[in-house]
Design a protein around this ligand. Structure first.
Ligand code: SF4
Length: 236
């Protein structure tokens, strides 16, 4: 069975959510987040760097204005300024560290038994030790937690996708926390890849057998389809 990365994460978030949005194709309105808009500009910035072009700060500001403008009324002026300040911090950090982006958004296909996971790899940058690393950019106001970084499935997927594409392993995963101007590091090893294969096969098996159970978690309160979810009405 073939699944996309988005489908895998949707199913893991909540199988009922997957059933509503993917199988039944009912509309799901995700509320816009400042971090999503910031990531759009960041990807543009990194893409330019990967092409050997260094955009000016003015170009980045113009791009931010364009991306933010449709959400101006919803998010308000304060968020527009906050977003711009974060982008300026990111720009300064990239300049200071002479950031070199090697690869961005490369498609991958990870085979696990008779199943296949498809998606696009994140950002690969040149590490300080001369070896490549996965660069994760976080706009969260909080530093990420080491234990959670060690488990994040997307980092495992991207690390394995790098191995498949380049025939070698990354030196590690750098999470750059823009607001704090600090980095945290994490790594992946073979046991993490074994867990990834198990997850792909487990989700595919559940999908093949039409298993859509409720994940009883706090996310129901902010789930974008809780108005369509019969379990939400019955149980919460
Ligand atoms: S409301 Fe809860 S149970 Fe229903 S789809 Fe959303 S997360 Fe799943």
């Amino acid at each position: 069975m073939d699944v996309t990365e988005q489908q895998l994460f949707d199913y893991l978030q909540c199988p009922v959510y997957y059933d509503i949005t993917v199988n039944k194709k009912l509309p799901s309105e995700q509320p816009v987040q400042l971090s999503d808009l910031l990531m759009k500009v960041t990807r543009f910035f990194y893409l330019q760097l990967s092409l050997g072009e260094v955009p000016t700060l003015a170009t980045l500001k113009r791009k931010w204005d364009m991306v933010f403008q449709p959400y101006q009324e919803i998010l308000g002026e304060k968020k527009a300024i906050e977003g711009l300040q974060l982008l300026m911090k990111l720009y300064d950090w990239a300049k200071e560290t002479k950031l070199v982006v090697i690869d961005i958004d490369s498609p991958y296909a990870i085979t696990s038994g008779k199943n296949k996971l498809e998606g696009v790899m994140g950002v690969i940058a040149a590490g300080k030790n001369g070896r490549d690393e996965l660069l994760v950019t976080s706009f969260s106001p909080r530093m990420s937690h080491e234990d959670l970084d060690a488990l994040k499935l997307k980092y495992t997927i991207d690390s394995y996708a790098y191995r498949l594409k380049y025939g070698k392993d990354l030196s590690g995963i750098r999470i750059h926390h823009v607001k704090h101007g600090k980095d945290s590091l994490t790594f992946r090893k073979n046991s993490d890849y074994e867990r990834l294969f198990g997850t792909i096969n487990g989700v595919c098996k559940s999908l093949e057998n039409n298993i859509y159970y409720v994940r009883d978690h706090y996310g129901c309160a902010i789930c974008p389809v809780n108005n369509l979810c019969k379990y939400w009405f019955n149980n919460y």
